[in-house]
Ligand binder design. Structure first.
Ligand code: HEC
Length: 169
């Protein structure tokens, strides 16, 4: 009778003990159930290319085939103030605070930064300036999308450059 009881207890306890081996990770199986096991991108890693036919939340400005975008940000006082601050951080080093291309860093550059008050930067559309700021000029001017990550910030700079041009005439 006692023997039978021990046998029954053993039969009941055995699966329980085997289960505990898994519960306490004595036997470890890498079940794919963790958040970190998924496709992801680290900071500084190249962003994913846009999936076909998708429209970015920041607007169509990133879709190359659509050409230069139209400036949606009115050049009001707030936009110009934001643009001035961003320009002085991101552009003035090369293009100068007045926009004449004679920033303190320009002396060290082989390809001189353009004078923003004349020529192409003056006659090009707002959208063209926006794309130059976004993408830079290959091998000559850095893409400033990292410094000015939101589209609005870049439009503010466009508005501010326009005000520099108006003042420089
Ligand atoms: C590291 C220096 C540097 C910085 C910072 C910089 N630029 Fe430039 N930029 C250049 C150089 C160099 C060129 C000339 C490119 C060429 O020779 O085609 C240029 C060209 C341009 C052009 C003319 C592009 C064209 O082909 O018509 C515009 C507009 C312009 N920059 C605007 C800006 C604005 C706005 C910022 C700030 C958001 C900025 N740049 C920041 C160096 C710089």
């Amino acid at each position: 009778m006692i023997k039978r009881l021990i046998l029954i207890l053993g039969v009941v306890a055995l699966p329980l003990m085997v289960g505990l081996l898994f519960t306490y990770d004595v036997i470890k199986i890498d079940w794919i159930s963790f958040m970190e096991i998924q496709p992801s991108f680290n900071p500084q890693e190249d962003p994913l290319p846009l999936p076909a036919r998708s429209v970015p939340v920041q607007g169509a400005a990133y879709i190359a085939e659509l050409g230069a975008p139209v400036n949606p940000v009115p050049a009001d006082e707030a936009s110009l103030a934001r643009g001035k601050a961003a320009y002085e951080v991101s552009c003035a080093l090369c293009h100068g605070t007045a926009g004449n291309g004679a920033g303190p860093f320009s002396a060290f550059l082989q390809n001189k930064p353009f004078n923003l008050l004349e020529g192409a930067p003056l006659t090009n559309s707002d959208g063209a300036l926006f794309l130059t700021i976004t993408n830079g000029v290959a091998g000559r001017m850095p893409a400033l999308i990292e410094n000015l990550p939101t589209a609005t910030a870049r439009w503010d700079v466009v508005n501010y450059v326009r005000s520099l041009q108006a003042a420089g005439q």
